[in-house]
Design a protein around this ligand. Structure first.
Ligand SMILES: Cc1cc2nc3c(=O)[nH]c(=O)nc-3n(C[C@H](O)[C@H](O)[C@H](O)COP(=O)(O)OP(=O)(O)OC[C@H]3O[C@@H](n4cnc5c(N)ncnc54)[C@H](O)[C@@H]3O)c2cc1C
Ligand code: SF4
Length: 349
């Protein structure tokens, strides 16, 4: 524990967003990072709890107290070693993870959790900037061949781990670009796609081969994988949208989120879409059905298109503004969450 009294002396400080009027003009990220000194001070707030609930809250078991302390000590180089030991892509999670670690942090009992996600993002952004993130080429080859089907975060993490222990890995992806929902679900304004390209280059240097435009079971027979590989990993994600079987579902202008969002990511990537299939919210009164993150992404995208109005509908009763800590902590609480897209202008019911 770097500074035993840090949590009493230093207030929580987090990244802020650029102004709405500014960020609606483009599809780039709009988070303003903290300075290195500010992040270091935030690291000093960590109490290195005997039972680090943050660690338990993290789905990839990030060793959070250790890198909080390392950042406080100014030892960023070791911080990225520790962070990478549990997390292949902290630049993704540091931007788009909902941060259950912060909900679980002991300091969340008083609504001032350690800014874990911001610290994580700062560590990896600095590591890339300093050139510390290098391909890890395996010392020995096992001679084993593995096919990974699907290039979302699950497939990419599998492929990287397997390549680093010396297996020959080929990633098959049916889409034209690698990245799964990172590429074609999550909007650029939440995570810019050059971050994926940078990792792909690192993985290629580590020996991973990427085969986009390869639909297993359609372009490439399953039997071919079974014949040519020692193991096959299925990381195809969950693509089936939940339909709403109500009168009017068949009308024009009713779309699944995952018909709408990927189009905008393609436009940002420079693709030209045909007018017949393009979905635009420009000048329209948009209703988003579903109150979760995907709904939020539709709101942010519609706002950038220049929608006339945006309304979000949620079937569940409105959750409380503030959770009852004694009942929910250290678990993820059900409470009303206001995303950056909500702030950009929408009515919620
Ligand atoms: C709009 C949206 C926003 C989201 N925002 C967030 C967020 O902010 N934070 C967060 O933590 N999570 C978010 N998520 C969830 C997150 O994106 C997923 O949990 C994650 O991408 C799942 O990773 P995956 O690798 O399992 O699958 P996917 O990312 O879905 O990747 C699976 C890949 O497999 C490919 N594939 C499928 N079948 C085949 C086949 N037969 N042959 C070849 N390739 C195949 C698909 O084309 C796809 O590229 C969001 C999801 C959506 C839809
Ligand atoms: S729960 Fe919070 S204060 Fe405790 S070790 Fe984790 S980050 Fe630090």
């Amino acid at each position: 524990m770097g500074k035993p009294t840090g949590f009493m002396e230093i207030s929580r400080q987090d990244r802020r967003y650029k102004l709405v009027a500014d960020r609606l003009q483009h599809y780039q990220e709009f988070v303003v990072p903290l300075t290195e000194e500010e992040v270091s001070r935030q690291g000093a707030r960590c109490m290195d709890c005997g039972i680090p609930y943050c660690h338990q809250g993290c789905p990839v078991n990030n060793i959070i107290p250790d890198w909080n302390d390392l950042v406080y000590q100014g030892n960023w180089r070791e911080a990225i070693e520790v962070l990478h030991s549990t997390n292949n892509f902290p630049e993704f999670t540091g931007r788009i993870c909902p941060a259950p670690c912060e909900a679980a942090c002991t300091l969340n009992l008083t609504d001032e959790p350690v800014t874990i996600k911001t610290i994580e993002c700062s560590i990896i952004d600095k590591a890339w900037e300093m050139g510390w993130v290098k391909p890890l080429i395996p010392q020995h080859r096992t001679g084993k061949k593995v096919a990974v089907v699907g290039s979302g975060p699950a497939g990419l993490a599998c492929a990287q781990q397997l390549a680093r222990v010396g297996h020959s890995v080929v990633v098959y992806e049916k889409a034209d670009r690698i990245g799964g929902l990172l590429r074609y679900g999550i909007p650029d304004f939440k995570m810019e796609k050059h971050l994926i390209d940078r990792r792909i280059a690192q993985m290629q240097a580590e020996g991973v081969v990427f085969r986009p435009n390869s639909h297993i079971g359609r372009d490439v027979p399953v039997q071919k994988l079974l014949d040519n590989y020692d193991a096959v990993i299925l990381a195809g994600g969950a693509e089936k949208p939940r339909d709403l079987n109500v009168p009017g579902r068949e009308l024009n202008g009713v779309h699944f989120a995952m018909e709408f969002l990927p189009q905008q990511n393609r436009r940002v990537a420079g693709d030209t879409l045909s007018d017949d299939t393009s979905i635009w919210a420009t000048g329209k009164h948009v209703i988003v059905i579903g109150g979760g993150d995907t709904g939020s992404d539709c709101i942010g995208t519609s706002a950038r298109h220049g929608a006339a109005s945006i309304t979000q509908l949620e079937i569940l009763p409105k959750p409380p503004e503030k959770e009852k800590k004694e009942v929910t902590w250290p678990n993820w609480p059900n409470k009303l969450r206001t995303s950056s897209s909500h702030e950009e202008g929408c009515e919620r019911f």
